[in-house]
Design a protein around this ligand. Structure first.
Ligand SMILES: Cc1ncc(COP(=O)(O)O)c(C=O)c1O
Length: 306
């Protein structure tokens, strides 16, 4: 097939990456790990097998980010920063300043497990480069390259059906004392704890707060908050830079090259618009609080059934 609008030759107008790509990457990097993109793309000007970066052309059309589904880690469009800022970041839980997008809840949870494991090991080993022994043992799935680490989860919780998220869906602890005991006695270090604040679809305004865990009045923000479904897109919020992998491609290439889906982020933006403009969080709180009070008495009386 001939693509008629394809240029006849490649054309270099700046060095690569060009100044606009670099400026866009710096802006994006504040809320989204932007170490991996080689260039930021204008999908309207791209044609056939030719990609046109924003240093060569600029156009604002949103539709192009829908039809040209980019692998966001390598070739984000120039709209990506605005889409994140006006979408998921408007709903970021208290204390969370960055986001990593994903395609499903299971994937978001598994990416969060990886981020926790990498941060845990980085704390132990510092910023030293991987030793030959670590690299070679990782290839054999043995320590120290592949260390045994665990995620602690709670009885009856549900975290998805992916291989790792499913494995956290049926563990046991029920009270703080038991949690301490599990952490101290587990056969390998516990690098993270996953908690489902409200069982069964509790997020995004459904508790009368934007995020269910805001009701716990935590003394420090949650390290990682994963989201999916009601947001129409998925991912995790965080703020501590140690939760960005030490090498940028460790989350991107090793787990998902899509790194989410721009089309779903646009839908997320619309959902947040609706929640905010219709005051849905406040409305849920107004209806939910008397309902919750009515349930509180039987809940204490019939504790054994809960
Ligand atoms: C609390 C919770 N975690 C994880 C998941 C898995 O999400 P997904 O089906 O998008 O992989 C779900 C799905 O319903 C869920 O309710």
């Amino acid at each position: 097939m001939t693509v008629t609008s394809e240029p006849s030759l490649p054309s270099m107008q700046t060095t690569v990456p060009g100044p606009l790509t670099n400026a866009t990457k710096s802006k994006l990097d504040v809320i989204f790990d932007a170490r991996t993109p080689q260039m930021v793309i204008d999908y309207d000007k791209s044609s056939g097998s030719y990609l046109v970066d924003i240093d060569a052309a600029q156009s604002p059309a949103m539709i192009s980010t829908l039809v040209n589904r980019p692998a966001i880690g390598n070739f984000p469009s120039q709209q990506w920063f605005n889409l994140l800022r006006d979408g998921p970041m408007r709903a970021a839980p208290p204390g969370c300043t960055q986001v990593f997008t994903a395609q499903s809840g299971s994937e978001a949870n598994e990416l969060a497990f990886k981020a926790a494991f990498m941060a845990y090991r980085r704390k132990q080993r510092g910023v030293a480069p991987w030793s030959e022994h670590e690299q070679e043992s990782a290839m054999r799935d043995q320590t120290p390259g592949s260390p045994d680490l665990a995620i602690l989860s709670f009885e009856n919780s549900f975290h998805g059906r992916g291989f790792a998220s499913l494995s956290t869906t049926c563990s046991k602890p029920r009270c703080l004392h038991e949690i301490e005991h599990v952490i101290d006695s587990w056969h390998c270090p516990v690098a993270g704890i996953i908690v489902e604040p409200i069982q069964s679809e509790g997020g995004f305004g459904g508790t009368g707060k934007f995020w269910g865990h805001e009701r716990w009045n935590l003394s420090a923000p949650a390290d990682i908050v994963t989201f999916s479904k009601k947001a129409q897109t998925a991912g995790y919020f965080f703020s501590d830079n140690s939760l960005r992998p030490d090498r940028s491609y460790r989350q991107f290439i090793r787990k998902t090259e899509w790194m989410g889906d721009v089309a779903r982020v646009i839908m997320c933006n619309a959902v947040i618009d609706e929640i905010l403009s219709e005051n849905l969080v406040e409305k849920t709180a107004r209806v939910g609080e008397p309902l919750h009070e009515r349930f509180a008495t039987p809940a204490t009386r019939y504790l054994d059934f809960i």
